[in-house]
Design a protein around this ligand. Structure first.
Ligand code: PBG
Length: 329
């Protein structure tokens, strides 16, 4: 008997054969589409830093949400750009804030579409940090630092106001310690037992958020986010972050960004049994968009390869600016 020349290739002979043995398949059910809502009227304005994405106003966002629902995407993730900013970010919990109004409009038009809201202060504070600033008394720290517990109190107010407006899931993205507990408590005390928490549990201090910070006008005016977001060099610490958020009441935990952190998604999948989300962030999106624009990559194929890799690593839910394009592809 001669040694078999063909072995692994037998199962790759045709598209039908490849489909039959495929281990990972992407599904529209896995996707969440982020949307930006800003103060104004009649807006659908292209975002310069993020090709194919738009700023909507509360009165135009329902039409976009309806299109998303029509495509079969189960959820949107809302980010708000307020009309005015202040030191505490008070527009974030205003009853008539942009996100609060947008939730109402979306729920009126497409009640079945899940509305997830980003819970953070950076888009709302004049200094662009994700929380309240206090003076540091330690020589080791920057002279201004983010006050952990004071920020958690405000985040709980933001989450509650989103729940009151009709949000299905609130998603704290600030990385303060203990914020999931503050939020869960505020929701419970006010009867919002059914509102779920998707925490940005392992969120890294990443430069891949660049295009988003432009889009959300949320870049910090001094310093960086390294005293609250995670150091990209750490993996075991991510497991500790996730464990804490689950203990505090998170229903879904997220790893962010996704692509440079596939090992974190994989480890989280091995270790925890709750749904795991991964955020395919703005910089990852724009790397593909701009390479395709320059004629270097085939956009559709690279998009599919990327999203499949995130799913293969273990993500149940993928938050991506490609969601609509994926469905249309
Ligand atoms: C708010 C927030 C950010 C992103 C999601 N929520 C920016 C940041 O932390 O600076 C980034 C999303 C993206 O890059 O697509 N804190």
């Amino acid at each position: 008997m001669s040694f078999p020349k063909i072995r692994m290739r037998r199962l790759r002979r045709s598209e039908s054969m490849r489909r039959l043995v495929r281990e990972t398949s992407l599904n529209v059910d896995d996707l969440v589409y982020p949307l930006f809502v800003r103060e104004g009227k009649g807006l659908k304005k292209p975002i310069k830093s993020m090709a194919g994405c738009f700023h909507f106003s509360p009165d135009t966002i329902a039409a976009e949400a309806a299109e998303v629902a029509e495509l079969g995407i189960p959820a949107v993730l809302l980010f708000g750009l307020p009309g005015k900013k202040d030191d505490a970010g008070s527009q974030a919990w205003a009853e008539d804030g942009v996100v609060q109004r947008a939730i109402g409009e979306i729920k009126k038009a497409v009640p079945q579409l899940l509305v997830i809201t980003d819970i953070c202060l950076c888009e709302y504070t004049s200094h662009g940090h994700c929380g309240v600033i206090k003076k540091s008394t330690s020589a080791q720290e920057h002279k201004s630092i983010v006050d952990n517990d004071a920020t958690c109190e405000l985040l709980a107010k933001v989450a509650l106001s989103h729940a009151q407006a009709g949000a299905d899931i609130v998603a704290p993205s600030d990385m303060m310690d203990g914020r999931v507990r503050y939020i869960r408590e505020a929701l419970e005390e006010n009867g919002f037992h059914d509102v779920a928490i998707m925490s940005y549990a392992a969120k890294y201090a990443s430069a891949f958020y660049g295009p988003f910070r432009d889009a959300a006008e949320s870049a910090p005016s001094f310093g960086d986010r390294k005293t609250y977001q995670m150091d990209p060099a750490n993996a075991r610490q991510a497991m500790a972050e996730i464990a804490l958020d689950i203990e505090e009441g998170a229903d879904i935990v997220m790893v962010k960004p996704a692509l440079a952190y596939l090992d974190i998604i994989y480890r989280a999948r091995q270790r925890f049994d709750c749904p795991i989300a991964a955020y395919n962030v703005s910089g990852e999106y724009m790397m593909i968009k701009s390479s395709a624009e320059a004629g270097l990559l085939d956009e559709k194929t690279v998009m599919l390869e990327t999203l499949t890799a995130i799913k293969r690593a273990g993500a149940d839910i993928i938050i991506t600016y490609f969601a609509k394009e994926f469905v249309k592809s």
